[in-house]
Design a protein around this ligand. Structure first.
Ligand SMILES: Cc1ncc(COP(=O)(O)O)c(C=O)c1O
Length: 286
C-alpha cells in the first residue's frame, strides 16, 4: 500500500517526500527521533514519548518545533491515513538545513520534522516458542546513550557483528564490564523469580517499555531490582528479555551459543507478556 508521510507541515506520498542534502540530520546525524507504538489506532504512552523527545532535544539544544497537542494532532492524522489497527510511528527532528557545512550550528535554523507509520506485526510464533539468539559484544557507543539521537552507526555496526556471528542481536557490555542493554532494546534478567534491570543512567536509553514492564511487575508482586549487572549475572540468569516498543519483551533463549535457563522462554516472561497483552489498551494513556 502507498504510504503517506508527514514532512515539515505537509502530508504527501512517501516517494514524493524530499529534503535538502544540506540537512544537518543527513550530514551530521544531528537530530533526535522517537518510535511510538499505536495499539487499536491509539498512540501508546504518548506523554512519556513526548517527554523523552523533549529531554533529547534539550540535551542537544534543538528547539522542539511542536507542542504536545500539535504532535498528537499530526500523528493522529498520520494514523488515520493508514488502515492498520496496530502501527508504529517513526518521527525525527533534525536541526535543519545549513548551506555551509560547519560543525557549529548556525543560529535560528528551522528544524526538519519527519514522521511516517508502519504496520506493527505481532512477534512470530517461532520466537514465542524458541526465543532469540544473542551474543555479548563490547558496547562501542558514546556516553550519552540516554539521548535518542539519530546517529546510530555504532548500533548498526554491532547489529552486523551479531549477525555475522549467527545471532539475532547483541547484548552490550560496557568498558566497565557491566551490561548496558541491547542494540535497540533494554535488558531484563530473571533470577530465582525476581526481575533485575540496569538502572537508568547515561549508559542506557530510558525505554518506555522498560517502564511499563516495571509497573506491571510491581502490580503483580514480582520483585524488581534496578541494579547493575555483570556478564556473570547474565550467564547465570534463569531468563533474559530484551524490551522495546515494537517487540514488547522478547525472550532470549541462547546466549553466546549456550542455553539460557531451560533453553525455552521462561515462566516469568510468559506471565508478564500475558499481563502486558491484557492491560495494553487499559494503560494506553496512564
Ligand atoms: C538503544 C535502545 N535501548 C532501548 C530501547 C527501548 O526503548 P522503548 O521501549 O522506548 O522502545 C530502544 C528502542 O529503540 C533503543 O534503541
Amino acid at each position: 500500500m502507498k504510504q503517506t508521510v508527514y514532512l515539515n507541515g505537509l502530508f504527501c506520498p512517501m516517494e514524493q517526500a524530499s529534503i535538502s542534502p544540506q540537512d544537518r540530520g543527513f550530514l551530521f546525524g544531528d537530530g533526535i527521533y522517537e518510535v511510538i507504538p499505536v495499539f487499536n489506532r491509539k498512540l501508546f504512552k504518548f506523554d512519556a514519548h513526548f517527554d523523552r523527545l523533549n529531554n533529547g532535544l534539550d540535551a542537544v539544544s534543538i528547539r522542539n518545533p511542536h507542542t504536545a497537542e500539535e504532535w498528537k494532532s499530526l500523528l493522529n492524522q498520520l494514523i488515520e491515513r493508514h488502515p492498520w489497527d496496530n502501527q508504529f510511528i517513526y518521527l525525527q527532528v533534525s536541526r535543519g538545513v545549513q548551506m555551509i557545512r560547519d560543525h557549529m550550528p548556525a543560529d535560528n535554523l528551522t528544524p526538519t520534522v519527519y514522521a511516517y507509520t508502519n504496520p506493527l506485526k505481532p512477534v512470530s510464533d517461532k520466537i514465542i516458542q524458541q526465543g532469540i539468539k544473542v551474543v555479548t559484544l563490547e558496547d562501542i557507543r558514546w556516553l550519552r546513550c540516554d539521548v535518542k539521537a539519530i546517529t546510530l552507526l555504532p548500533n548498526v555496526m554491532m547489529k552486523i557483528a551479531a549477525k555475522n556471528q549467527g545471532a539475532d542481536d547483541a547484548i552490550l557490555v560496557g568498558r566497565d564490564g557491566l551490561i548496558s542493554e541491547g542494540t535497540a532494546s533494554n535488558l531484563f534478567i530473571v533470577k530465582q523469580g525476581e526481575l533485575f534491570t540496569p538502572p537508568t543512567s547515561h549508559k542506557i536509553l530510558p525505554g518506555i517499555t522498560r517502564l511499563v514492564i516495571e509497573n506491571i511487575a510491581r502490580q503483580h508482586n514480582i520483585t524488581i531490582h534496578d541494579q547493575e549487572l555483570s556478564q556473570n549475572d547474565l550467564e547465570q540468569a534463569d531468563e533474559i528479555w530484551l524490551t522495546s516498543s515494537t517487540k514488547d519483551a522478547l525472550p532470549v533463549c541462547t546466549l553466546n551459543d549456550k542455553p539460557v535457563g531451560s533453553g525455552k522462554p521462561g515462566p516469568i516472561w510468559l506471565k508478564v507478556k500475558d499481563y502486558f497483552e491484557t492491560t495494553k489498551l487499559a494503560i494506553i494513556d496512564k
